[in-house]
Ligand binder design. Structure first.
Ligand code: SF4
Length: 78
C-alpha cells in the first residue's frame, strides 16, 4: 500500500503542508530509504551537509557540528 498524499508539519513555524505523491517523489523516497539502510550497515558517518541553512532549526545542530563529540561517540562503537 502506498501513501498518495500526506502532510509535513513544520514545528518551528507551526504550519502543515500537503505533499502529494507522484512517480518522481516516490522514486526519490525509495532511493532515500535504500541509502539510509546502507548507511546503517556501515560504520562511517556521512559528510556534513554543505548547506547549513538546512540545519538552522534542528535541535541537534550543536552536537552535530561538534567534531570532538562525534569522534568520541564513534569511538564507543568500535
Ligand atoms: S541532524 Fe540536524 S544539524 Fe545534523 S545534519 Fe541533520 S539537520 Fe543538520
Amino acid at each position: 500500500m502506498f501513501v498518495r498524499d500526506a502532510y509535513v508539519k513544520y514545528l518551528d513555524i507551526g504550519e502543515a503542508r500537503n505533499v502529494v505523491m507522484n512517480p518522481f517523489l516516490e522514486k526519490k523516497v525509495i532511493e532515500t530509504r535504500d541509502a539510509v539502510l546502507e548507511l546503517f550497515k556501515g560504520d562511517e558517518l556521512p559528510n556534513i551537509c554543505d548547506n547549513k541553512n538546512k540545519c538552522t532549526s534542528c535541535p541537534l545542530k550543536e552536537k552535530c557540528f561538534d567534531e570532538k563529540l562525534i569522534k568520541q561517540k564513534m569511538s564507543l562503537l568500535s
